[in-house]
Design a protein around this ligand. Structure first.
Ligand code: F0G
Length: 469
């Protein structure tokens, strides 16, 4: 294990592997304006107008900057309803990178989840994942099934430096599958790479291989949630014995060889603004079932909710996302921000993840009980302080009220994520983010908790509203 080298080269030793051709103005509104805006937004940054945000680290999803190659590819889009040339281009790219034969396009990741889960998940079942993301979890719950997170305990210990904190607990996996083998209650196992919910943490090839073998030994399919697969493969190259001299693309081919298929939100590692898919290795029956749902919910087989131009940009972006200069720069920028925050004493999930820096709000604001949403409070304060929009991944996103007992469930991790869009901001922007967090650290004892005033039952963080306690 190359434990001394989690990230590759120091960020300061190289510059961005691109130059900028087009710019988009951003503005830092006054503090008074920001306070009013976030109050009107119900203390939920999802309700802010984007133009009122100075540096937007809400998500790295669909927010990346496309390259000149992607923009020029848009003009090649074949907008035919059936049999579009652009479909075959993206299908071939996925065969080449994933090794999966069948492609079911969808308008984004959660639509792909809807197709796969709608096809395979039945009420009362348990879906096993290293750690579900919010929409994935929502799609399981919507089918009256239970999402189970089998991440190893070290993945939940934010201060522990370990190379693969996205790894699944294989003993737990085996135990759950044994239970499932008796009553048929597990439809499949899924591995999320990188593991978004605990900080964009990577999963090792060894863990993927073993989890796949165990799953297959019970006769069940093994899928990937591949939203950030290229970042995961880059970490394998940096951190896992035996992969240093392999290309990220070769690593991806090996990784996907252990699976039977994948869902992907292409808005992340394919660096496009919209798009997603289910890919199926060779199970024609599963493909046909997914395709029926696709036609019902998304569109015909050769466009699945996308324009021909989106498919072209996706095909180009999938390859750009595997470019190793790009990946080093991208993950180097996450590290750049992480290093600055760490120097200010901000408690973080370490090592830093692939797509953002995750602040441990329980440790940062220990005086706020978890039921008063410390990560949400920190998110609101960061917007007020610096016009920076992060996102809560804690009690609002992952907590829930048990529909039967009425009992409140609190997630282990209470994080505020600063997700960095791809190729969008410079390190100077990251300096501004760190400076704002530094000012918050100086006055954090005075930050109050929040109380929910409105929340829907599922995926409540998107539309919840709060008041200060
Ligand atoms: N899986 C993972 C691991 C994700 O991070 C996301 C989205 C999805 C699935 C769903 O994809 O948004 O295209 O429908 N994550 C975004 C985020 C929203 O901000 O992390 P989608």
């Amino acid at each position: 294990m190359k434990a001394d080298n989690f990230y590759g080269r120091e960020r300061e030793s190289y510059a961005e592997p691109y130059k900028i051709k087009m710019v988009e103005a951003i503005e830092l509104k006054s503090r008074e304006y920001r306070e009013k805006a976030v109050t009107e937004a119900g203390l939920n940054v999802f309700n802010l107008k984007a133009e009122d945000v100075y540096i937007d680290l809400l998500t790295d999803s669909g927010t990346g900057a496309m390259s000149n190659r992607q923009w020029s590819a848009l003009l090649l889009g074949d907008e035919s309803y059936a049999g579009a040339k652009s479909f075959f281009k993206i299908r071939d790219a996925i065969r080449d990178i994933f090794g999966y034969n069948y492609l079911v396009l969808a308008h984004q990741g959660r639509a792909a989840e809807n197709i796969l889960m709608g096809t395979l998940v039945k009420p009362g079942q348990r879906v096993l994942n290293n750690m579900h993301f919010d929409t994935t979890e929502g799609h399981v719950r919507m089918r009256d099934a239970s999402p189970l997170n089998l991440i190893r305990a070290e993945g939940l210990n934010t201060s522990l430096e370990a190379p693969f904190k996205g790894d699944m607990d294989l003993e737990k996996l085996e135990a759950e599958l044994k239970k499932g083998a008796k009553d048929g209650s597990v439809p499949f196992v899924m591995m999320t790479v990188t593991c978004n919910s605990n900080g964009g943490q990577p999963v090792s090839m060894a863990n993927i291989r073993a989890a796949s073998e165990i799953t297959h030994s019970f006769g069940l399919p093994f899928f990937f949630d591949a939203a950030r697969f290229a970042e995961n493969c880059w970490f394998i190259k940096q951190r896992e014995e035996g992969y240093t001299d392999k290309s990220v693309k070769e690593i991806a081919r090996e990784m996907f060889s252990y699976g039977d298929g994948a869902t992907m939100s292409a808005k992340k590692d394919a660096i496009i603004n919209i798009g997603g898919f289910v890919a199926v290795r060779d199970d024609e029956n599963l493909y046909n079932l997914c395709s029926q749902r696709q036609i019902q919910y998304e569109g015909f087989k050769t466009y699945g909710g996308l324009a021909g131009r989106d498919m072209e940009a996706m095909a180009a972006g999938l390859y750009e996302g595997l470019d190793e200069d790009y990946l080093e720069d991208r993950i180097g920028q996450v590290r750049y921000l992480g290093d600055r925050l760490k120097a200010l004493g901000v408690p973080l999930q370490v090592p830093f993840g692939g797509h953002g820096v995750f602040i441990d709000a329980k440790k940062c604001l220990p005086h706020i009980e978890q039921r008063f949403f410390p990560a949400q409070a920190l998110t609101v304060e960061l917007y007020k302080e610096g016009g920076v929009r992060g996102v809560e991944l804690g009690t609002c996103s992952f907590g829930h009220t048990d529909p039967v007992t009425g009992e409140e469930y609190f997630p282990e991790l209470e994080l505020m994520r600063l997700a960095i869009p791809r190729r969008v901001y410079t390190d100077r922007h990251m300096d501004m983010v760190a400076a704002a967090m530094g000012r918050i650290m100086d006055r954090k004892e005075k930050i109050r908790g929040l109380r929910l005033v409105y929340a829907p039952v599922i995926m409540r963080h998107f539309t919840a509203r709060f008041e200060w306690i």
